[in-house]
Design a protein around this ligand. Structure first.
Ligand code: F3S
Length: 389
């Protein structure tokens, strides 16, 4: 990969050890994937935050770093709600280590907004055509497929290296040639809400690493596109997809499809029937809830009292921005949780069965928490939470 003179100086260690290591990571990735050069990024989103996933080794590594992010940079969800961890059942020792990790990132100029939906709190971090270095798979899918920005699915260290250098190697989804769909998926019947998580759960397995284009009978909201992308990134490795008739469009206009697949309503219904169990916790917000999702839940919970543990995961910014929605939701007994989620928090492992609306959580909760998970529509979740089965 070609490096400019100033990039060569960084690689030679002339701006210090940490930047040298960051440049080594980017140069190695560029060489492996055949990038021609480094390109500037608009923002970074960095995974490897929860103490549950990175442990003491990760904490030590981040604490040893120095430097300052050159572009707006945010964090993936951590293992705790930074204000309510005790109430959620997290140990003091875990919370202490988690705070040390977040503080170490903050010293590097990374904003301690721990969310998988950075696009929902700041418009300026990703716009159409922007190059990014984001880590979290659902955020990557949303950036590529809904916003029309360009990012590979970065690992935590490479996203952090991009934050410190302000650049990323030009390969993969940064290039037009890798943004062409090759798989067409048609879906029979009208879908809404959690149906898109179920669809993504099925479609990701079919697509693998390919770029699918969907032909759908219903018009999706941005939140439904978020849910579809999150599930496909979890059950497959889909980082970019298209919806026929909705922008952004594939580059160049014309493309050849290698395979056509039809997904039927009964297959989507089948996902709701997987791993049936009696929920002792309901957890929404995978990916983190938007303002519209909080508003919908607020209306559904009005006048009701939940009798089971009920988490509503969102970003700290949205939690602070909509105090009336939060107060309304919490008056039911549900908890609006931020900085963390049902997958990366250690607090969910003590439950036996979690009801979720997310195809991604359906896959990850059993793997990461050892808790059974069952998919439900939003109305099913509210009904289960208020004791209606
Ligand atoms: Fe976000 Fe956690 Fe789901 S990071 S996408 S809420 S697994």
């Amino acid at each position: 990969m070609y490096l400019t003179a100033s990039e060569e100086h960084i690689l030679a260690g002339e701006q210090g050890y940490v930047l040298q290591k960051a440049m080594e990571i980017l140069a190695a990735l560029g060489d492996i994937y055949g990038a021609d050069r480094l390109i500037p990024v608009k923002s970074t989103q960095i995974a490897g935050v929860s103490y549950k996933t990175i442990g003491d080794a990760g904490l030590e590594w981040i604490s040893d770093l120095s430097g300052m992010a050159r572009v707006p940079s945010m964090l993936n969800p951590a293992g705790i709600d930074r204000l309510r961890w005790k109430e959620l059942g997290v140990s003091e020792e875990f919370a202490e280590k988690q705070e040390q990790i977040i503080e170490a990132y903050e010293k590097l100029g990374i904003v301690a907004e721990c969310t998988c939906t950075p696009y929902s709190i700041r418009d300026d971090v990703a716009q159409i055509g922007d190059h990014l270095a984001w880590s979290e798979s659902s955020a990557v899918s949303y950036a590529n497929s809904v916003i029309g920005a360009r990012t590979n699915r970065e690992g935590g260290p490479s996203a952090l290296a991009s934050a410190l250098i302000g650049k990323t190697p030009n390969y993969g989804y940064h290039l037009d040639e890798n943004r062409i769909p090759s798989l067409a998926i048609s879906v029979e019947g009208e879908l809404s809400g959690a149906d898109y998580g179920a669809l993504g759960y099925i479609a990701g397995r079919i697509a693998g690493t390919r770029v699918p284009i969907f032909s759908l009978e219903s018009v999706l909201t941005d939140d439904e596109r978020k849910a579809l992308g999150a599930a496909m990134a979890a059950s497959g490795a889909v980082a970019l997809y298209y919806i026929d008739g909705l922008p952004p469009n594939p580059p160049g206009g014309e493309f050849d499809i290698d395979e056509h697949v039809i997904i039927e309503q009964c297959e989507i219904e089948g996902v709701y029937g997987l791993h049936r169990c009696d929920p002792d916790i309901i957890a929404l917000g995978c990916p983190h809830c938007s303002a519209a999702e909080l508003a919908k839940l607020h209306d559904l919970l009005k006048g009701k009292t939940v009798t089971k543990e009920f988490w509503v995961c969102t970003s700290r910014t949205l939690r602070n921005r909509y105090p009336d929605l939060v107060a309304g939701i919490e008056s039911s007994g549900a908890k609006v949780v931020c900085d963390t989620c049902m997958v990366v928090s250690p607090a969910c492992a003590r439950y036996d069965c979690m009801m979720v609306t997310s195809g991604k959580a359906l896959l990850y909760v059993p793997q990461m928490c050892g808790t059974n998970a069952v998919l439900g529509r939003l109305e099913d979740c509210v009904r289960a939470a208020v004791g209606g089965g």
